[in-house]
Design a protein around this ligand. Structure first.
Ligand code: TGC
Ligand code: FAD
Length: 391
């Protein structure tokens, strides 16, 4: 018997260092997170602040960034780490993605030296948490239409607006807020670092989620939030700035979503081998085997694509369209795998005793955030035809 990873000899494509990092993250995730995840999901809680220093100690926060206390690992290593975290739960990977790929990356790419020195070492250690406020109630897929405004008042900036669906929003110390500014008479989107204790900033945790329950999601309100001149990320200019951060987080999801799929497959195969129906194990029926074979094939193809994109990214040669292709493929196939696995588990599949429906429900969010599946189809369609079908 082989695992789905052994079937495709995935380990043979990794270096010793890559396997070592992956295994260390898997050990951490299985020992510290997996025993609690079903309870966190059921309760709709995630102890982000308690876990952050532990994730920081393992080097998982801003793992792919250089300097400022960050681990400076390769893109492929970061992807493999995301996969092990998401094999436990998409909420865990989400917390790490938002901290490292979004909030820290925004500061690393577009911040001043003072901003980097102030925030990055604390965030890498998990002593400070960040969030990334791009989406608004009326502007999700089309963030370029955002209504949040930052206006000059003397040397200060004054921010007004609201953000929605913001991961880590109500537990963050600093919010990276994207806002429209007036620059020489032209509207330009820029990023601002908003310490969450600033008067006029408020965050309200969102409840009643049926997906990503082990993750903090919040609405943010900015009501005349007055910030000093140096709160702006000086190198941020235009929608390309937040989108540049999204490319980093989307890359992590290419690997991550396959971790959830792999976990579904592993628990389903184990179940099918022991569950007896009509007097023999479910695994011995052709219909079950056809399902497992097709799912394993999609997992393997997705994993090979993820590694190919990781290698391209490590050579600084990956394009946003290639990242879109990977994000679309991994999330779409992972959710199909999770739902198909659920059928094999029968009624047991609808409980939290097995990870399968939890993963499937989480993957609804993963399919939607960081660009919906349709947005990535349109990105690929535009690249293939030169025709923009967004508008
Ligand atoms: P468009 O004209 O296509 O682009 C505007 C400028 O941005 C550049 N660009 C990119 N740069 C870097 N990386 C990318 N992926 C980029 N995509 C585009 C582009 O070259 C252009 O640059 P310039 O210099 O010419 O100005 O803009 P558009 O308004 O037509 O929109 C394109 C579209 C729809 C693809 C984009 O708006 C989009 O990606 N929408 C989806 C929004 C999204 O993904 N939101 C995610 C919010 S964060 C989140 O969900 C966190 S979830 C938690 C977790 O990660 O776990
Ligand atoms: P909409 O944009 O309203 O889309 C609705 C439907 O219309 C989708 O099917 C979409 O594909 C489709 N659609 C949109 N445009 C087109 C088009 N041109 N042609 C055809 N179909 C189209 N955002 C942040 O900024 N920071 C975060 O930390 C964050 N965390 C999140 C956490 C969770 C759990 C979730 C669920 C979301 C999070 N988001 C975050 C928001 C997320 O990025 C958005 O939900 C996503 O970008 C989609 O926006 P929307 O929900 O407004 O959907």
């Amino acid at each position: 018997m082989v695992t789905v990873e052994e079937l495709f000899a995935i380990d043979s494509l990794l270096s010793d260092d890559e396997r070592e990092i992956r295994d260390a993250v898997a050990t951490f995730a299985n020992q510290r997170l997996r025993p609690h995840i079903a309870d966190w999901f059921e309760e709709g809680t995630f102890p982000a602040r308690e876990l952050a220093p532990q994730l920081g100690e393992v080097g998982l926060l801003g793992m792919h960034l250089e300097g400022y206390g960050c681990a400076g690992m390769s893109a492929t290593m970061y992807g493999l780490a995301c996969q092990e975290l998401e094999a436990v739960d998409s909420g865990v990977r989400s917390m790490v993605s938002v901290q490292g790929s979004l909030a820290m990356t925004a500061i690393h790419k577009y911040g001043s030296e003072e901003q980097k020195q102030q925030w990055l070492p604390e965030m890498a250690a998990g002593r400070a948490l960040g969030c990334f406020g791009l989406t608004e109630p009326d502007f999700g897929s089309n963030p370029g239409g955002m209504r949040t405004r930052a206006k000059r008042d003397g040397a200060d900036w004054v921010l007004n607006g609201s953000k929605m669906w913001i991961t880590n929003g109500s537990v963050a110390d600093v919010a990276v807020i994207w806002a429209q500014t007036e620059d020489e008479g032209k509207q330009v989107i820029r990023g601002f670092l908003v310490p969450t204790g600033t008067p006029g900033f408020s965050a309200r945790e969102m409840h009643r989620k049926l997906s990503l329950r082990a993750s903090v999601t919040a609405e943010l309100d900015l009501d005349d939030v007055r910030l000093p001149a140096d709160a702006v990320l000086p190198e941020s200019r235009g929608l390309a700035s937040p989108l540049g951060c999204l490319s980093e987080a989307r890359f992590g999801i290419i690997f991550g979503a396959l971790g959830a799929a792999r976990d579904c497959l592993a628990s389903t195969i184990e179940y099918a081998r022991t569950r007896e129906v009509f007097d023999k194990p479910l695994a011995g029926y052709q219909l079950t085997q056809a399902k497992l074979a097709d799912m394993a094939l999609e997992f393997g193809k997705g994993q090979l694509l993820a590694l190919h994109l990781g290698r391209l990214k490590d050579r600084h040669a990956v394009t946003p369209e290639q990242v879109s292709a990977g994000k679309l493929n991994s999330t779409r196939e992972a959710i199909k795998i999770a739902r198909e696995c659920r059928t094999i588990l029968g009624a047991n599949g609808i409980t939290l005793d097995y990870p399968v429906l939890r993963h499937a429900n989480n993957l609804e969010s993963v399919l939607t955030y960081e660009g919906t599946a349709e947005v990535h189809q349109l990105v690929l369609g535009r690249a293939l035809t030169d025709a923009n079908a967004f508008r």
